[in-house]
Design a protein around this ligand. Structure first.
Ligand SMILES: [Zn+2]
Length: 94
């Protein structure tokens, strides 16, 4: 498991999204063999180094959700300051 996405370490910010992982484990006598697949919460994440997915346990979900929200907030603040910076820049007229 990549070090960028270890919930136990505590996230500051995460870029990604939560989704539901659906899969079959392939055991012939398990209910998933007849089409009733296993569902578990998971994170699809992106970092500078890599992208990946990570399945989550119940305890991790709130922490991940909070870290995703911090990322979204930081990105909006950055977008806002970039927009302000572009207003300050002299415009080139064609
Ligand atoms: Zn199964």
């Amino acid at each position: 498991m990549p070090t960028q996405a270890q919930p136990k370490d505590g996230f500051v910010m995460l870029r990604g999204s939560l989704y539901t992982l659906r899969r079959r484990y392939g055991k012939p006598n398990c209910h998933c063999a007849s089409g009733d697949v296993h569902e578990s919460p998971a994170l699809a994440y992106r970092s500078a180094a890599r992208t990946g997915t990570l399945s989550l346990t119940g305890a991790d979900i709130e922490e991940v959700r909070a870290a995703l929200a911090r990322y979204d907030l930081a990105r909006r603040e950055l977008d806002c300051s970039l927009m302000q910076a572009s207003l300050l820049r002299p415009r080139r007229v064609f």
